[in-house]
Design a protein around this ligand. Structure first.
Ligand code: PGA
Length: 241
């Protein structure tokens, strides 16, 4: 696991965006795995700048998002479909037909999960996966538990995740309690992974992750210790607390 510590959120975001730029320029048909949440927003802003000012070309890029709430409409302002369009897709020259986000409204959710993993495989697999990390060590919505899902699955969100995400909703009761998420195996198949973390509230989990010499389902991010190509990019607050 390679660790890069940057002085603040802005620098962390720019460093991550620059790695993405280099990877996109090396392979214009790259398949990216994208994350939602607050952490990657600065990186997406920088990617938009790189597109507008330096011509970074997304026209042949394919993207797969990690997760989506179950039962939420794509047009709902708190859906991850809405988030991705608002924060990134509407501002770059990506072909929306090449952007994939789990469909939390599918009538056959379990069948859909299998299809999602199949589609990733058909597109050649994810070249570069972006991840955030939950304060409880989750990656995507793979929450700490006795067991972790290998493939894309329907999962219950933990109380702490529902609470953390309630900041985007009018009340905690409105936060969906289930989600569709890429599994640990789907994530681990990515060729290259960047995990981002910023701020004091992530320092405890980052310490746990960087000190870990065992994998445990109680810290889902620890599975990344088995991956040969992970870069953790953090700001000083997340690193030092
Ligand atoms: P955040 O979420 O970027 O909003 O902190 C990360 C996560 O929960 O995976």
């Amino acid at each position: 696991m390679r660790v890069i510590v940057e002085k603040d959120y802005d620098t962390m975001s720019k460093v991550a965006a620059n790695i993405m730029k280099e990877e996109i320029n090396k392979n214009l048909s790259i398949v990216l795995g994208l994350a939602t949440g607050s952490t990657p927003v600065g990186m997406y802003k920088e990617l938009i700048r790189l597109h507008k000012e330096e011509g970074l070309d997304f026209s042949n890029v394919t993207t797969f998002n990690l997760d989506e709430y179950v039962g939420i409409d794509e047009e709902h302002p708190n859906s991850y479909h809405y988030f991705m369009k608002d924060i990134l897709f509407d501002h770059i020259n990506i072909n929306l037909e090449n952007t994939f986000i789990p469909n939390g409204k599918s009538k056959d959710l379990h069948g859909y999960c299998k299809q999602y993993d199949k589609l990733i495989k058909e597109k050649g697999g994810i070249d570069l996966q972006i991840l955030g990390i939950g304060e409880n060590g989750h990656i995507a919505f793979n929450e700490p538990d006795e067991e972790l899902n290998v493939g894309t699955s329907i999962v219950n969100l933990t109380e702490s995740t529902v609470e953390a995400n309630s900041r985007f909703f009018d009340s905690i009761d409105e936060v969906p309690k289930t989600a569709i998420t890429m599994g640990i195996g789907s994530i681990m198949k990515a060729k290259n992974i960047i995990l981002l973390a910023s701020g004091k509230n992530k320092s405890k989990v980052i310490k746990q992750l960087l000190k870990a010499d065992k994998i445990t389902t109680k810290l889902p991010a620890s599975m990344l210790l088995l991956h040969p190509n992970v870069t953790v990019i953090v700001d000083e607050e997340a690193y030092n607390g």
